[in-house]
Design a protein around this ligand. Structure first.
Ligand SMILES: [Zn+2]
Length: 82
């Protein structure tokens, strides 16, 4: 069984990439037994949603008075850092 450090790394990676079936199973087994890691994963997901929400808010708040090219350049820069 994974230890908590390995689980936290896997949980973090699971937010960005699709885990293999084997990795996913190992993660689930550890999470079933470890309340702290379940809580950690919930916090990671919460932060990921909050960051995504903030980025959407920034991108939709671009001044409509800006020339289309400027809005496009700013949006491209925002998207580059997602
Ligand atoms: Zn754990």
């Amino acid at each position: 069984m994974l230890n908590c450090k390995e689980t936290s790394e896997l949980a973090s990676r699971s937010l960005d990439t699709k885990l293999s079936l084997h990795e996913h199973a190992r993660l689930l087994i550890h999470l079933a037994a470890c309340k702290l890691c379940r809580r950690y994963l919930l916090q990671l997901r919460f932060m990921q949603r909050a960051i995504a929400k903030q980025r959407r808010a920034v991108s939709t708040s671009l001044d409509p008075q800006l020339p289309a090219q400027a809005r496009k350049r700013i949006q491209a820069e925002i998207d580059k850092h997602r």
